[in-house]
Design a protein around this ligand. Structure first.
Ligand code: FAD
Ligand code: 2HG
Ligand code: ZN
Length: 456
């Protein structure tokens, strides 16, 4: 591989301008693109280019390939693992102008959207046809469909509907050499070789740029019930989630958080906490019948602790959800956290949480730990405030505990640049070799997102 230029020539920048127009090639004030959402990963991109369509993306990648320039795809830049970290000489390709939407195909319950459309825009489009897009999480207003595909985003509804991978029924993407892959028919049965959409889900921008996708939509149920419950221990929460999941197919979400996190959110955003409990469980159900009394009588039979707040109207539900969803923003108001999004077997959650807290406090008793997450998936978010951005001791401690429990070091945010050193804790030597072989075949120059996924 020939070495890459660190400074981009004016000839190269001019050729980008010829593709997308001067206004969409940025070379100054790039901090907003160069720094990640958490503020932990600060890059130094040389250029940001903002194509308006697939053909422009193809031309950009052809140029970058010809000049051997590294490319970092970027959507909403809400990623939490430094996956858009660009070094000097790298070009960020922002997908925000690839934001076409629909139309909704109500007959097939599908929609084709540009990679730059936000998750919330897809929710709104689906809703106007009595449908629903299954992927949902706090950054819905900014995170893009391309970013959610590249990270195989999870979120609050995975327990019922699966992750992003399960919603993608067609894909359009541009490969590093500029070739366009287009497979957007959305056929539900289609066993004609390798599943390219699935390969691109979770590829973190290392194989090409997703430019559009066809997404599966679901019926929008008429009734939603959100319940906040209080418990004394994580063990109790895990037991309740397992039982309630078994009883109610209509369970959409089962989110866990603790008193310290709830207090932090309440202080940061002036949100009321309906009652005090050591551990909170936020459940959401959706169905075409009102389930509130069924749920309450089920909980009463299962020795439910007795503290609860129930909401069925949009405002009431949103108030309860804020206590959970604002954890990320509230924590960031107190510093730059080290973030972990890990999965272990659900039954191991209580022990895993205890060991993780213990490992962190034995390493440095002054660090502050917040834990919250998606209880039914065994997916916890461990956020640690205290270590400097570059001090990786806490990363080593937490990820080794995950490995002891045979868990995954990334449940939903991806590996990015944050966790590439530890990839072998979750993937075998042969798996990594196979991934590198795929990468090498599709991107022989290693030009796509070189700071992400592999410690090359
Ligand atoms: P970016 O941050 O721009 O990019 C993320 C990665 O995808 C990078 O590696 C980038 O190179 C690549 N990429 C982006 N677009 C493309 C493209 N078109 N083609 C190829 N590669 C591309 N994540 C969850 O999974 N579940 C959650 O519950 C969740 N909650 C969050 C809550 C908050 C408040 C915040 C700030 C983030 C949360 N996230 C969550 C993380 C983040 O929103 C997701 O990872 C999301 O998928 C990133 O989308 P994005 O458009 O912002 O991508
Ligand atoms: C969530 O579930 C997100 O809220 C963000 O995945 C997690 O901030 C985090 O660590
Ligand atoms: Zn999450």
């Amino acid at each position: 591989m020939t070495s890459r230029p660190q400074a981009l020539s004016s000839e190269f920048v001019e050729s980008l301008q010829q593709v997308v127009g001067d206004a969409h090639v940025l070379t100054d004030d790039l901090a907003g693109y160069g720094t990640d959402w958490t503020g932990r990963f600060i890059g130094a991109p040389s250029v940001v280019v903002r194509p308006a369509n697939t053909s422009e993306v193809s031309h950009i990648l052809q140029l970058c390939s010809k000049h051997n320039i590294a490319v970092v795809p970027q959507g909403g830049n809400t990623g939490l693992v430094g996956g858009t970290l660009a070094s000097e000489g790298h070009v960020i390709v922002s997908t925000l102008r690839l934001n076409s939407l629909g139309p909704v195909d109500a007959a097939s319950r599908q929609i084709s959207v540009g990679a730059g459309a936000t998750v919330e825009q897809v929710h709104e489009a689906a809703k106007s046809h009595g449908l629903r897009y299954a992927v949902d999480f706090g950054a819905r207003g900014t995170a893009t469909i391309g970013g959610t595909i590249a990270t195989n985003a999870g979120g609050i509804n995975v327990l019922r509907f699966g992750s992003t991978r399960h919603q993608v029924v067609g894909i359009e993407a541009v490969l590093p050499n500029g070739d366009v892959i287009e497979h957007m028919a959305g056929l539900i049965k289609d066993n004609t070789g390798y599943d390219i959409a699935s390969l691109l889900c979770g590829s973190e921008g290392t194989l090409g740029i997703v430019t559009a996708a066809r997404l599966r939509l679901l019926p929008l149920h008429t009734s939603r019930t959100t319940i906040l419950l209080g418990y004394g221990s994580t063990e109790e929460v895990v037991r309740v989630v397992q039982k309630i999941r078994h009883q109610f197919d209509s369970l959409d979400a089962a989110e866990l958080f603790y008193e310290d996190g709830a207090n932090l959110v309440a202080e940061a955003f002036n949100v009321a906490i309906p009652f005090v409990a050591p551990v909170y469980l936020l459940l959401e159900f959706s169905a075409d019948v009102d389930l509130a009394s069924d749920i309450e009588s089920h909980l009463a039979q299962s020795n439910f602790a007795g503290l609860s707040a129930v909401a069925q109207d949009e405002l009431g539900r949103a108030k309860l959800w804020r206590l959970r969803e604002e954890h990320t923003a509230a924590i960031s108001m107190h510093g730059v956290p080290h973030k972990f999004d890990v999965t272990v077997a659900v039954s191991d959650l209580p022990k895993f949480i205890e060991k993780t807290r213990q490992g962190i406090s034995e390493t440095n008793a002054d660090w502050t730990v917040f834990i919250f997450g998606h209880a039914a998936d065994g997916n916890m978010h461990v956020n640690v405030l205290g270590p400097s951005a570059t001090d990786e001791l806490v990363d080593e401690v937490v990820l080794q505990v995950v490995a002891e429990f045979k868990g995954s070091i990334s449940a939903e945010h991806g590996i990015g640049s944050a966790k590439k050193k530890w990839l072998s804790l979750s993937r075998s030597h042969n798996e990594i070799a196979m991934m590198k072989a795929i990468k090498g075949a599709i991107d022989p120059q290693g030009m796509m997102n070189p700071n992400t996924l592999f410690a090359m």
